[in-house]
Write a protein that binds this ligand. Structure first.
Ligand code: HSE
Length: 307
């Protein structure tokens, strides 16, 4: 058994519009790295990034605590975390750390857990930052590709995305509230109109069909959400303009990435992706907000990079 192991896990975008808490897509925009090292006793966190180092308040720390307890492991573990995924911007930052940690632990102790178990443990760590458990980001970050999350019992379905699917992500330079996901879930309606749920359901079904048929246009065209996006968009300065600009520049569909404030446009490799990115930057600029843009593609899941 290895006594030290490093795993890299990708960023992810959750929801894809109408698939709130159900859809996730791993994207190669950013990566987190987690190195686990066995030690005599205790759990410690080592990092140069601005994240909690108390294991009870840290995604990776919670994952390790839960797994050590479940599998009755006697060792102590040092968790070294190198963040690449910006925290609090709707890019699955805490999920990436949780995913990398679960895969590292599974490999270190040769547990050979099945996919649903891996996702379940990664989700248990997410509680540290989101306040509630939802598996869309962790499932994508653990397994890679496009995922559909069913709960009670947890059952994750993975679909290989089309090779030519591309995304332009605009990450606005904003000060995000602490516990941002909790805040942005607080603005959501408790009840929805039947007509709106039908619209979202039909679009969500079409997104799945788009992934099955490997059709980026069908995926993008179906990224239309009449429930969550209208409730959250006021939290993103310039959102309407960013979306309008990206669509005018040729994007197939545009929505909030996860709980925001990043905005994601869906397109294909042969499109003018730089033009779409620039159009999104201009949209944010119209609201006096700077942003970082990244052109990316679907990613594989968490992988061991050093042993
Ligand atoms: N589905 C979640 C949300 C993702 O939109 O609140 C956030 O991590």
């Amino acid at each position: 058994m290895a006594s030290k192991i490093t795993v890299r896990a990708p960023s992810s975008t959750a929801n894809l519009g109408p698939g709130f808490d159900v859809f996730g897509l791993a994207v190669d925009a950013f990566f987190d790295e987690v190195t686990l090292t066995k030690k005599k006793s205790g759990i410690s966190i080592v990092t140069e990034d601005d994240i909690p180092t108390n294991p009870d308040n840290n995604t990776a720390g919670l994952v390790i605590k839960n797994m050590i307890k479940k599998f009755k492991i006697k060792d102590g573990i040092e968790i070294k975390i190198k963040k690449g995924v910006p925290a609090g911007f709707g890019m699955g930052s805490s999920a990436a750390s949780a995913a990398a940690t679960v895969i590292a632990f599974d490999k270190m102790y040769e547990l050979k857990l099945d996919e649903n178990m891996l996702v379940e443990f990664a989700g248990s760590g997410e509680k540290a930052s989101a306040g509630s458990i939802h598996y869309d980001n962790v499932a994508a970050s653990v397994l890679g590709g496009f995922v559909i999350v069913r709960t009670n019992p947890l059952n994750v379905i993975k679909i290989e995305p089309p090779m030519n699917l591309r995304m332009c992500i605009a990450v606005p330079k904003l000060k995000v509230p602490e516990k941002k996901t909790k805040v942005s879930r607080g603005v959501l309606p408790k009840k929805v109109r039947l007509i709106d749920s039908i619209t979202n359901l039909s679009n969500a079904a079409a997104i799945v069909a788009g992934f099955m048929k490997k059709d980026p246009k069908l995926i993008g065209d179906s990224i239309k959400d009449v429930i969550i996006e209208p409730a959250r968009q006021h939290m993103i300065p310039g959102f309407a303009k960013v979306k309008e600009n990206a669509l005018k520049a040729g994007a197939f569909g545009v929505t909030i990435s996860g709980a925001g404030p990043s905005v994601i446009a869906f397109s294909k490799s042969s499109a003018d992706l730089k033009k779409i990115s620039l159009a999104m930057s201009k949209g944010f600029a119209s609201a006096n907000t700077k942003c970082q843009t990244v052109i990316c593609k679907p990613s594989k899941g968490a992988l061991v990079i050093k042993k």
